[in-house]
Design a protein around this ligand. Structure first.
Ligand code: BEZ
Ligand code: FE
Length: 293
């Protein structure tokens, strides 16, 4: 029998977990032990520091409910959510890239007709988003479902608004047979990730960025293509290079063209400012994706 020393402990633990019959579990757990032991050997935490970490994890777990997921937020600010997303969606470079879903998507968004308004009186500058959905071969994708969600012009999502009765700043659009879509909304603004929990505490202490640049979330689904969960980011936003959750990819940065007045893409005349955004989404055919969903 070999008893443990500081030097042989990692090897002994690895040997024990090498006997796990489930091969994938064995692979994941032995890798975790290897990296976790290396982390501890490198950082040499005091017992007080180790207990502080365990206490932080305990409080993080206790904050999680069906409405709030502080562990996902932890994974977001450490860049792990974007890494898992990238590994699982290795699309062709011509396809619209994915980015994190985030915690604010609400299922069963209301259907909105092509060109219809999903802001429905929410505060903010009117914003018209137009474009097409196509396959990698350029063929238009008719009947694609675009599920959108975003903040209103005050930076708040539905979950953050107390006094509303119906859906807020979200909608389901469908592309036309020529792949086109027309959306009427209000422009989102930059906002802070939730800062009233353990992640906010950590981020504030570490002085790392906690703002997200203005963006509109899209989930696009169509038969025969990989579902794309992504955002369109406003070019020029002052947080574009320091997104708290590392979600920005250059093909997703778009010009939000500000017009002072005039004819909108919906054909109406406005004598107040509005934004025009044009973007063409390109979907990855299912058979061509390298990593399966
Ligand atoms: C969001 O885009 O809504 C979001 C994503 C990750 C963390 C917090 C918010
Ligand atoms: Fe968001």
């Amino acid at each position: 029998m070999t008893y443990v020393t500081e030097d042989n402990l990692t090897g002994i633990a690895l040997e024990r977990w090498q006997k796990t019959p489930d091969l994938r579990l064995r692979e994941v757990m032995t890798s975790l032990i290897k990296h976790l032991h290396a982390f501890v050997r490198e950082t040499e935490p005091t017992e007080k520091e180790w207990f502080t970490a365990i206490e932080w994890l305990t409080r993080t777990g206790k904050m999680c409910t069906d409405k709030r997921q502080e562990f996902i937020l932890t994974s977001d600010v450490l860049g792990v959510s974007m890494l898992v997303d990238a590994i699982n969606h290795r699309f062709d470079t011509g396809a619209t890239p994915t980015t994190v879903e985030g915690p604010f998507h609400v299922a069963d968004a209301p259907e909105v007709a092509n060109g219809g308004d999903m802001a429905k009186g929410a505060p903010g500058t009117p914003c018209y988003v137009t474009g097409t959905v196509r396959g990698l071969d350029g063929r238009p994708v008719g009947g694609a479902v675009l599920d959108l969600w975003q903040t209103d012009g005050e930076g708040l999502y539905e979950a953050q608004r107390d006094n509303i009765t119906g859906p807020w700043m979200r909608g389901l659009y469908h592309t036309q047979p020529d792949g086109s879509f027309r959306i009427r909304t209000v422009a989102p603004i930059a906002y802070s990730i939730p800062m009233d929990g353990t992640v906010g505490e950590l981020v504030q202490h570490a002085k790392v960025p906690y703002m997200r640049p203005a963006h509109i979330h899209f989930c696009i689904a169509a038969n025969g293509y990989h579902r794309v969960v992504t955002h369109l980011f406003q070019d020029g936003d002052k947080f574009i290079e320091t997104d708290a959750v590392y979600g920005v990819k250059s093909p997703l940065i778009v010009d939000f063209k500000l017009k002072q007045s005039g004819k909108t893409p919906a054909g109406e005349m406005l004598d107040t400012p509005f934004y025009e955004v044009a973007f063409d989404f390109v979907l990855q055919p299912q058979a061509q994706a390298i990593a399966a969903e």
